[in-house]
Design a protein around this ligand. Structure first.
Ligand code: NAD
Length: 292
């Protein structure tokens, strides 16, 4: 729970991932802690030379725990690999099957998924008036599991999930159906058919990122009355969003999710709730650079 007592000792936190040198997380966490009068150091632990075998990850976790870190964020490609190395998982992290925040507490490692919370918070703030009767989500990877869970928590009645890998979308739909028995949840092989009856669509694929240019589906399927949310945030204005906006559709970019997932992690690390608005303003003032 948030506390109003600032930490007297510097708080050590970081990010474990591969090829993360461009990450905005150090700037985001350190600027907020500075504004709050906290001394916090956010380090990058880049395992790109080790490879995604889990061994380097295990050593890195031991090392940071030994050095007295309060916790670490975990990113690609370790969000699933980290799970067997933890003692406890939050409900959401267990359901989603991915962890992006690890907290070291009382000699135990606790795993959380703040991506889910970040997407929900961003959506709740900016899309409160949209219809949630029928929503299509493209992408059933790690982030897609988090956004689908968030959408159902927000009250989506019918969620259709599409992924280039149908086995993945089917597995996610099956898992969610157990957790949300009151909702209709299906995997769909046809984005065209699914979108025809949808109120909104969420892009949870990397399509639209600077290094994955393009759209996750045919732009001709966009309509003025189809709201569009994208979780890609480099760039903030993806081609999907810009085309939807030009048609007059309501849109949501991935920047807020990135900030709010960081804000929740900050709170888990420090026990203090940060000023989310200030974090958002700071994020938007940064040159658009990279992920995390
Ligand atoms: P991932 O690789 O785990 O999953 C991506 C999924 O998309 C895969 O299942 C793949 O088969 C599917 N896919 C790719 N192209 C497709 C297409 N054209 N049509 C249908 N399916 C397609 O990746 P991830 O970790 O889930 O991340 C996805 C994106 O979300 C990345 O761009 C990542 O940067 C972004 N993300 C944003 C935030 C945020 O805070 N805004 C947080 C996490 C991830």
């Amino acid at each position: 729970m948030p506390s109003s007592t600032p930490h007297s000792r510097p708080v050590l936190v970081g990010l474990i991932g591969a090829a993360i040198q461009q990450s905005k997380s150090p700037a985001l966490h350190e600027a907020e802690s500075q504004a709050m009068g906290l001394t916090l150091s956010y380090r990058l632990i880049d395992l790109k030379t080790v490879g995604p075998d889990g061994q380097g990850l295990s050593k890195a976790l031991e090392q940071v725990e030994h050095e007295g870190f309060a916790g670490v964020n975990i990113t690609h490609p370790y969000k699933q690999l980290v799970i067997p190395l933890l003692d406890n998982l939050s409900d959401q992290a267990a359901m989603i099957g991915a962890v992006n925040t690890v907290v070291f507490k009382n000699g135990k490692r606790w795993g959380y998924n703040t991506d889910e919370w970040g997407f929900r918070e961003n959506f709740r703030r900016q899309m409160a008036d949209v219809s949630l009767n029928s929503v299509v989500q493209i992408g059933a990877g790690g982030a897609g599991a988090a956004t689908a869970h968030a959408l159902l928590t927000l009250g989506v009645k019918w969620l259709q999930i599409a992924d280039a890998d149908l086995v993945r979308s089917q597995a996610l739909a099956n898992k969610l159906a157990v957790r949300f028995p009151g909702a209709r949840i299906s995997a769909t092989p046809s984005v065209d058919t699914a979108l025809a009856s949808a109120d909104g669509v969420v892009n949870a694929t990397p399509m639209g990122m600077a290094d994955h240019p393009g759209l996750p589906f045919d732009a001709g399927l966009l309509r003025p009355d189809l709201w569009v949310a994208d979780i890609v945030y480099f760039p903030l204005e993806t081609e999907l969003l810009s085309r939807a906006r030009r048609l007059g559709a309501k849109t949501l970019d991935g920047g807020g999710m990135a900030v709010f997932q960081a804000a929740k992690a900050f709170e888990l690390f420090t026990g203090i709730a940060p000023d989310q608005e200030r974090m958002l303003r700071y994020f938007l003032s940064l040159p658009q650079g990279a992920e995390n």
